[in-house]
Ligand binder design. Structure first.
Ligand SMILES: Nc1ncnc2c1ncn2[C@@H]1O[C@H](COP(=O)(O)OP(=O)(O)OP(=O)(O)O)[C@@H](O)[C@H]1O
Ligand SMILES: Nc1nc2c(ncn2[C@@H]2O[C@H](COP(=O)(O)O)[C@@H](O)[C@H]2O)c(=O)[nH]1
Length: 217
């Protein structure tokens, strides 16, 4: 049986924020809301955190392996973030959007900018997540209990630079209450899907409405 043609291309949903504002938490919630979303699993040179699995949170690469992926044109975007390299493999993203599947990215502002400047720009919906305060941002990084004091201090220093890019995004959420932020994100994705897809049968419906008008005159 031949597969039916999707009625729209997939959307690239880009989530960025300073480290600790809650984008991975929100990304997981969005995936739970719609499991048909494809999460773009990035490649990184950073070491896995406890509980992270290769191929699930990230593809963990050596520096040479990462460099080879970049040189062979396998990355849609890539950047140095903090002390490591991160990048989004291109092929799975292109396959997904052609098949009409929406793809979710958890990437920094540099990656967001590169994708918005690429040939896929028209497919992008970008969302920036702000923390309610810097004190809360630090407290979230500490309560996550996955990074050393030195790593947390480095991420806090970089957060101002990340935040300075907020206005480049289509939507900005303040993640104070995670349930509210999740609902806002779901609303954004639902509205963007509606905007880009033509419901089947609309042309026929409008033709019928016009016929009805003519019959009334
Ligand atoms: N609204 C919220 N209120 C309180 N805690 C939150 C909220 N949202 C997320 N958190 C918690 O804050 C911590 C950091 O969240 P998360 O890991 O999702 O951030 P992140 O932006 O993905 O960080 P990174 O960029 O470093 O990956 C986690 O422990 C998470 O459970
Ligand atoms: N430009 C890209 N940034 C990425 C990518 N994958 C993750 N990230 C960003 O890196 C930081 C740190 O992540 P962490 O998992 O080490 O806490 C965070 O801001 C991510 O959004 C990527 O492929 N490209």
């Amino acid at each position: 049986m031949s597969e039916s043609k999707p009625n729209r291309r997939g959307i690239l949903i880009i989530l960025s924020s300073p480290s600790g504002a809650g984008k991975s938490t929100l990304a997981k919630r969005l995936m739970a809301w719609d499991p048909s979303l494809k999460f773009s699993v990035s490649a990184t040179t950073r070491a896995p955190r406890p509980g992270e699995e290769d191929g699930r949170e990230y593809y963990f690469k050596t520096h040479d392996e990462f460099q080879k992926m970049v040189e062979e044109g396998e990355m849609l975007e890539h950047a140095q973030v903090f002390d490591h390299f991160y990048g989004s493999p291109k092929a799975p993203v292109e396959d997904a959007i052609k098949a009409g599947r929406d793809v979710l990215f958890d990437i920094d502002w540099q990656g967001g900018q590169q994708i918005r400047n690429s040939t896929l720009a028209d497919d992008v919906v970008s969302i920036f997540v702000l923390p309610p305060s810097i004190a809360e941002l630090e407290s979230r990084l500490r309560s996550r209990a996955q990074d050393s004091d030195e790593v947390i201090a480095g991420r806090m220093r970089k957060s101002r630079d990340e935040i300075s890019h907020w206005a480049e995004y289509d939507y900005v959420l303040v993640n104070t209450d995670v349930d509210k932020a999740e609902l806002q994100m779901i609303s954004i994705v639902s509205a963007e899907r509606q905007r880009r897809s033509r419901q089947p049968g609309l042309v026929e419906l409008v033709r019928g409405l016009n016929t009805e008008f003519e019959e009334r005159t």
